[in-house]
Design a protein around this ligand. Structure first.
Ligand code: GLN
Length: 186
């Protein structure tokens, strides 16, 4: 769990409630024994500066390229895009839903992310995906714009699953991390 800025504490609570142990990542060595990484929402410019300052950017890129699962939410999606870490072949539009819809909740069907019923998606000055490359799979859309995408083991969501009391996204991510661990050599 990247813990430089943003709402990492809520992510840690959700991980605990699905039986996963989350730790705070503040320096490169913190990533060594992790099965997965969450890049939280917050302020993408601030988090990006923190990644550079703490020499974490290169290490996070390496972590993703090794095929270890990464979940980016809101600002985390922005950081995964081409203009920042480049782990996802997407370009994003920041604060895309505009002033009228700065902060809102929408029940959306995103079966690949939250199996079962619709998921209560909380959007806060959220980005959407503007353009994506051929390896990127669009898992969910709102107003005709992708808000959930996957490329290999990297998943990005425009909304904040950690702010709802629904644990399905964290449950699915924790399972993916366990599977990646058992199929890898770590
Ligand atoms: N709008 C913010 C940014 O561009 C992201 C908002 C969020 O993470 N809730 O960094």
């Amino acid at each position: 769990m990247l813990a430089q800025q943003g709402d990492f504490a809520s992510h840690l609570e959700h991980l605990a409630s699905v039986g996963a142990v989350g730790t705070e990542v503040r320096e490169p060595a913190d990533l060594n024994d992790l099965d997965g990484l969450i890049l939280p929402g917050g302020e993408s410019t601030t988090i990006s500066k923190g990644l550079e300052r703490d020499d974490l950017a290169e290490r996070v890129i390496e972590f993703g390229r090794e095929g270890r699962p990464i979940l980016g939410t809101c600002a985390g999606m922005i950081l995964l895009a081409r203009d920042h870490l480049g782990l996802l072949d997407i370009s994003v539009k920041r604060n895309a839903f505009g002033r009228q819809r700065a902060s809102f909740e929408e029940e959306l069907e995103i079966p690949a992310v939250a199996p079962g019923n619709s998921f209560p998606c909380i959007f806060i000055r959220a980005p959407w995906v503007e353009q994506s490359g051929p390896e990127v799979e669009v898992l969910g859309e709102l107003d005709g714009h992708p808000i959930a995408v996957r490329q290999g083991s990297i998943l990005a969501l425009s909304f904040h699953p950690e702010l709802s009391d629904d644990d399905r996204v964290h449950g699915a991510f924790a399972s993916e991390c366990r599977e990646a661990r058992s199929s890898g050599d770590r």
